[in-house]
Design a protein around this ligand. Structure first.
Ligand SMILES: [Mg+2]
Length: 375
């Protein structure tokens, strides 16, 4: 893409922990801070590029942890990047794929390389990714609440903030009743459910019951590996099934499309290992006539902003899970913060790269570990 040869003059890693408004509940405890490792690339000409490797603490979503991510960055990715010419943005994933595993760390490096080249060229990131300047519709995701009244209050709050669709989590024993209650009070809102892989094909009757509730989609009803079972379930339902956990890499997405188990796909940049593979997933879905939307793990501002740039591509047809910075985090390390308009859209700021600026004072305030590498 870029014919120039550039060697980096330095890479800095900043491990930050930003406090959450409320703890994430996980099977083995709670997480009250959001961990992220920021990757800062510097070129001799003063160009910088920022990326964010954003695994959740406590093995919440994945086997990768902040520690394993840090180790991969320090021992493998950073030395590798310093000793070779900087790869073109769309070639970085090919280079870093030679190393196994660690998609979060790879996404952090890869995002920084995209941001670097976009800053170098003085163009917005979405332009380099093939997207267009358009506001990105945002939806709110609501976890399992202690009571139905609290769930309804949450739905009400997020609708008032402008979010363009509501997603509620369901699990066996807490499904039809929740959806009915939300539908009774908010009869025509764009609504979907996320089962986080909690059901088996034998539970099909639950989804057959939910099928008449006018939902936008059923997100990941069955297990991560249950691609054929999702196809079987979809044959019994009108409501489209959206794969999330199953859409873990390009191979799984291709298989799911071939089997017919995905009418919609939730693409997550961190899980895919970067913007280029996430774009490839988007393109593969588009070629198969399958719309997708941009998910989140969720991430801090740098990774969220970069995902939003990619979400301007045409086949991202449903609202993103990327919410306002203030939704989860007591603070964020970018300026301006990500905000939702009253109509439920996120408008990317003008400017080169991701448009948002990293606030170094905040990075230093929330930083728990730092390392600088020189060639
Ligand atoms: Mg999900």
């Amino acid at each position: 893409m870029m014919p120039k040869t550039i060697h980096l003059s330095g890479i800095r890693l900043h491990w930050v922990q930003v406090p959450l408004h409320e703890p994430f509940k996980i099977s083995n405890g709670e997480v009250s801070v959001k961990d992220a490792i920021l990757v800062e690339l510097s070129g001799a000409d003063g160009t910088v590029g920022w990326g964010e490797a954003s695994p959740m603490g406590g093995s919440f979503y994945s086997s990768e942890t902040p520690d394993s991510t840090w180790e991969f960055l320090v021992c493998t990715a950073v030395p590798g990047l310093l000793e070779r010419p900087l790869p073109a943005a769309d070639k970085c994933f090919d280079w870093i794929s030679q190393f196994p595993g660690e998609p979060f760390a790879k996404a952090g490096v890869e995002g920084a390389v995209w941001d670097f080249w976009a800053n170098q060229a003085g163009v917005p990131l979405y332009q380099m990714l093939g997207g267009s300047r358009r506001p990105v519709p945002s939806g709110a995701a609501i976890g399992l609440m202690p009571t139905i009244d609290q769930l309804l209050d949450r739905v009400d709050t997020f609708l008032r903030q402008g979010y363009r669709r509501i997603k509620i989590k369901i699990m066996p024993g807490h499904d039809v009743e929740l959806v009915r209650a939300v539908r009774k009070r908010f009869d025509d809102i764009p609504l979907m459910v996320d089962a986080n892989a909690a059901y088996r094909l034998e539970d099909a009757a639950i989804f057959e019951e939910l099928d008449s509730c006018g939902l936008m989609m059923f997100e990941q009803p069955l297990g991560r590996k249950a691609l054929a079972e999702h196809a079987e379930l979809q044959r019994r339902l009108q409501t489209p099934i959206c794969l999330d956990e199953s859409a873990e890499d390009l191979e799984s997405i291709a298989t799911a499309i071939r089997l017919g188990g995905a009418k919609i796909i939730n693409i997550k940049v961190q899980r895919m290992g970067g913007l280029a593979p996430a774009k490839q997933a988007h393109d593969a879905a588009q070629a198969a006539g399958i719309p997708c939307w941009m998910g989140t793990m969720p991430e801090l501002g740098v990774a969220s902003a970069q995902a939003l740039h990619l979400a301007t591509l045409g086949n991202f047809a449903f609202p993103t899970d990327v919410e306002a910075s203030a939704r989860w985090f007591k603070d964020d390390i970018i300026e301006p913060l990500i905000e939702i308009s009253g109509e439920g859209f996120i408008q990317l700021p003008e400017g080169a790269g991701m448009g948002y600026k990293v606030n170094m004072e905040k990075v230093e305030r929330y930083r728990i570990r730092f390392e600088e590498f020189l060639p």
